[in-house]
Design a protein around this ligand. Structure first.
Ligand SMILES: [Fe+2]
Length: 277
């Protein structure tokens, strides 16, 4: 079986179509979508129609729940909140009903798990897995999960990455193709289709090939100026990485001069005041 794993489409129809054209040429047996189908860009209904029509197996992201009132959009930071408020007004009844029925977590073909953020704290907390340290709780939950799955795909951070867990050791893998060791557990993020946040602006997704026992990461070119222009036109343009320079410099200074304090504060903030973006 070949599974295409997509995440964080964020109403970006140009990116979604570009990715789907590569997937059609591959082809795959099933497409899995790890949530955040809407938010940030301007084609929520069109994207949801494609997602439904193509029979994608979906889990719900924080933006999907925010768009239909299942999550308080006041928890979102300014740019995301503005796009959420706009998206709420645009959603058709069909789109809203679809978003409301999507679960937070799914076991796919008794083989692997799909979740938007993390397994622990519960997926509704929207905890970000950004480092080896952040994977611990989710790896513990995966090991104990009744499905006995050894792989969990997640999204939310918009950063493609794989983490391998074996005998209490976590190893971060940044290779284009990850060979899966049957003795290990894996947390794998395919990156974002619609809003890349690493240094590569192209759309990102993964293919899990069960016959080869590999997960491969793909990047796809598309004309980003189109979705950015449309977002500007309706007044929801959000420039990625908009944290102010002053705030970024403060973080860098604190990390360098008082790492223990910085780490402690960061962990508390991440766990109890999840930033929604
Ligand atoms: Fe997202």
């Amino acid at each position: 079986m070949k599974y295409a794993i997509l995440s964080d489409i964020h109403s970006n129809i140009e990116a979604l179509k570009a990715v789907l054209s590569v997937i059609e040429a591959t082809p795959v047996d099933k497409i899995v979508c790890l949530g955040d189908m809407v938010g940030y860009y301007t084609n929520p209904n069109e994207c949801l129609e494609i997602i439904e029509d193509s029979g994608m197996v979906c889990v719900s992201g924080n933006h999907d729940r925010g768009a239909v009132g299942l999550k308080d959009i006041n928890l979102f930071f300014r740019g995301a909140k503005r796009a959420m408020a706009w998206t709420q007004k645009q959603l058709s009844l069909k789109s809203a009903l679809f978003l409301k029925t999507i679960p937070l977590i799914r076991t796919i073909d008794d083989l692997f798990l799909g979740v938007h953020s993390s397994l622990d704290p519960d997926p509704d907390t929207d905890f970000y897995i950004r480092s080896e340290e952040d994977t611990r709780l989710t790896f513990n939950a995966l090991v104990q999960h009744p499905s006995r799955a050894k792989i969990c795909f997640f999204g939310h951070t918009h950063h493609p990455v794989a983490y391998e867990y074996n005998q209490d050791t976590v190893h971060k893998i940044m290779e284009t193709t990850v060979p899966l060791n049957p003795l290990c557990y894996y947390l794998i993020n395919p990156g974002s289709v619609g809003q890349s946040r690493d240094k590569d602006a192209r759309a990102s997704f993964s293919i899990y090939d069960t016959a080869l026992s590999t997960v491969s990461f793909y990047r796809v070119n598309y004309d980003r100026s189109v979705c950015l222009q449309k977002a500007k036109k309706v007044g929801i343009f959000y420039k990625e990485g908009m944290l102010s320079k002053k705030w970024k410099d403060t973080k860098i200074w604190a990390k360098e001069h008082c790492p223990a304090f910085y780490g402690g504060v960061r962990n508390i903030v991440r766990r109890y005041i999840p930033y929604q973006g």
